[in-house]
Design a protein around this ligand. Structure first.
Ligand SMILES: Cc1cc2nc3c(=O)[nH]c(=O)nc-3n(C[C@H](O)[C@H](O)[C@H](O)COP(=O)(O)OP(=O)(O)OC[C@H]3O[C@@H](n4cnc5c(N)ncnc54)[C@H](O)[C@@H]3O)c2cc1C
Length: 535
């Protein structure tokens, strides 16, 4: 049975659930029943109303401005209130000569202290992702809001200097200080840099030209850090300086770590990584990229990596989900495959370049950074329902292969696995046909464990032979998500995980259905995981 410890430490709970099911093979059915319901009967309501609920109604990932979940909102609001409390805890009974300096000191100190979580949460090698089992997407969300809180604190910090100065000495003195006092000049430069960072990282600007945003963001962050460091040095503020130095050191260390792994992954014994890029059949404008790494790389499902290709925009690096991987050769080299849809910039250039080549494919020098992520293990769930939209299949197919291998080796708890893949045209199946054939072969001993269902929304007539040899059942139209989940909840073995990777609209529909089924199922243990393709 789940215990109090399991509730407090979700990681322990998952490992116990997985171990209990795997170890007692004879009692498998009995063991799974223990995990069908959560320890506390109110957890499904909590998940429905807070953990998985978008801030407002149903929309979270779709639309121009994604919304946080209610739990994320509560976390961020509490963080803001804690910051606010620290800033306003001044002795308001004193004269303004005492109040303003206190306000300046408190707002400046807390803004400097916030630099540490700000940097940690933006890092690709952020240890909190693994320790707390939260996604990079969530870390990015908190990173952005800490930045916004910092700008408010910096504003208070600056106004608590400007207001009394203007009142008693006038604007001329303020202007002269800004241009002639190193202390004030560095503070103003820091504030303007931070303001620009926050304004330029608003979603519409960020999405319009992500690569340009990223470069300007880093340059402004360096300007901000340099200015604030000088501000603290000039004014002899060792405790505030310690925060700035810590944040800078963490930033530098993370960059060095990335460089180190970039080198280790891509260069070995005189060989370097290269890539094959092939156009995939159909009108969907997608490519399969296979990276050939000269070293062994451990990969788990749910991981993504950043790709650089010499032949296409070699200066940029973009994240993609790892769909398939194999180890081979004397030196145990690693072959890693990705499915990439043409978007606006790099991905469109990649597609166009491949299309212009004879045979619609080319080889090029390449580099892989990562892999990152993969922290979300689904191994302890008796039932897993995976939804994919379009190229989102790259994320989910890695889990399917892992489940089947794990099931055969008795390493995962999964007894029931359903994949729902939504595509516009049946031809998309060609993207992953070779892998589906391997998956089909893997499940020959346990044919009932896996259902592969393809929903084709482009209005075409489905040919009978579409799923031949790969065990896929294709139907026309959109999936009716809630009835599908209700049916799965009726057949649920152990705890169930519903995962989605695809366009925002699909993710929101699946999220809404999971929330409804939490209660309709009579309070069974149903978890939800969402992977987004952008931040
Ligand atoms: C974890 C993760 C996994 C992904 N897996 C896949 C996949 O398997 N297949 C696939 O086709 N796409 C995947 N994507 C999306 C892919 O990264 C973007 O489509 C691609 O970077 C777009 O670049 P672009 O220059 O062609 O398009 P642009 O038009 O320049 O950008 C389109 C959008 O992509 C996002 N984006 C662009 N560059 C980056 C970057 N360097 N880092 C983060 N986001 C960026 C931004 O939100 C931007 O608004 C994934 C994204 C993430 C974050």
């Amino acid at each position: 049975m789940p215990t109090h410890t399991d509730i407090i430490f979700p990681y322990i709970k998952r490992r116990r659930r997985q171990a209990a099911i795997i170890l007692s093979d004879a009692e498998k059915g009995q063991d799974q029943k223990r995990w069908l319901y959560p320890y506390w009967t109110w957890t499904p309501s909590l998940k429905r109303s807070w953990t998985y609920a978008p801030l407002w109604k149903k929309r979270r990932a779709s639309g121009a401005l994604p919304l946080p979940t209610r739990l994320q909102f509560v976390f961020m609001a509490s963080y803001f209130l804690l910051n606010l409390t620290y800033v306003i805890l001044v002795d308001w009974s004193g004269s303004e000569h005492h109040i303003y300096p206190q306000l300046r000191k408190r707002s400046g100190t807390i803004a400097a202290a916030n630099m540490v979580p700000l940097i940690v949460l933006a890092a690709r090698n952020n240890p909190l992702i693994r320790i707390l089992n939260i996604s990079f997407d969530t870390c990015n969300f908190v990173h952005r809001w800490i930045g916004r809180i910092m700008i408010l604190e910096s504003l208070v910090h600056m106004m608590a200097w400007i207001y009394p100065k203007v009142t008693h000495e006038g604007w001329t003195v303020v202007a002269s200080k800004i241009t002639h006092s190193k202390f004030i000049t560095t503070g103003v430069v820091g504030f303007i840099s931070l303001l620009l960072i926050v304004l330029l990282s608003l979603r519409p600007l960020r999405s319009a030209a992500y690569e340009t945003f990223k470069r300007i963001h880093i340059l402004l962050a360096l300007a901000f850090t340099g200015a604030i460091m000088a501000h603290c040095i000039v004014s002899l503020r060792p405790s505030q300086l310690a925060y700035v130095v810590t944040a800078t050191a963490l930033f530098g260390a993370e960059r060095l770590t990335r460089l180190f792994w970039l080198y280790r992954r891509n260069l070995s014994r005189g060989s370097s990584t290269w890539a094959t890029v092939e156009i995939l059949p159909g009108q969907a404008q997608a490519c399969r990229v296979t990276m050939h790494l000269p070293v062994h790389v451990n990969i788990t499902p749910g991981m993504h990596a950043y790709l650089r290709l010499k032949a296409v925009q070699p200066w940029g690096s973009h994240p993609f989900s790892i769909a398939w991987w194999e180890h081979s050769g004397f030196f145990d080299n690693t072959k890693v495959s990705f499915i990439i849809a043409a978007n606006g910039g790099f991905t469109k250039d990649l597609y166009d370049h491949a299309k212009s080549q004879p045979g619609l494919s080319f080889h090029t020098g390449a580099a892989l950074e990562g892999p990152y992520g993969g922290h979300h293990s689904l191994d302890s769930y008796g039932t897993a329902v995976l939804f994919a939209g379009g190229t989102g299949i790259a994320h989910q197919i890695a889990y399917i292969r892992h489940f089947l291998e794990g099931h055969a080796a008795k390493k995962v708890a999964t007894q029931r696995l359903v994949l729902i893949w939504v595509v516009r045209k049946t031809e998309s199946i060609e993207w992953i046909r070779p892998w589906l054939a391997k998956i089909n072969h893997m499940r020959t001993q346990h044919p009932d464990i896996l259902q592969l269902r393809l929903f084709v929304t482009g209005g075409e007539q489905i040919m009978r032979h579409v799923g031949d040899g790969i065990g896929v059942k294709a139907v026309a139209g959109r999936p009716d998500i809630e009835p599908i989940l209700e049916a799965e909840a009726l057949e649920q073995v152990g705890a169930m995980c519903v995962s989605v990777c695809g366009p925002g609209g699909l993710a929101d529909d699946v999220r809404a259905a999971v929330r409804d089924v939490q209660l309709k199922s009579g309070g069974q243990e149903i978890d939800f995981a969402e992977e987004t393709f952008g931040w």
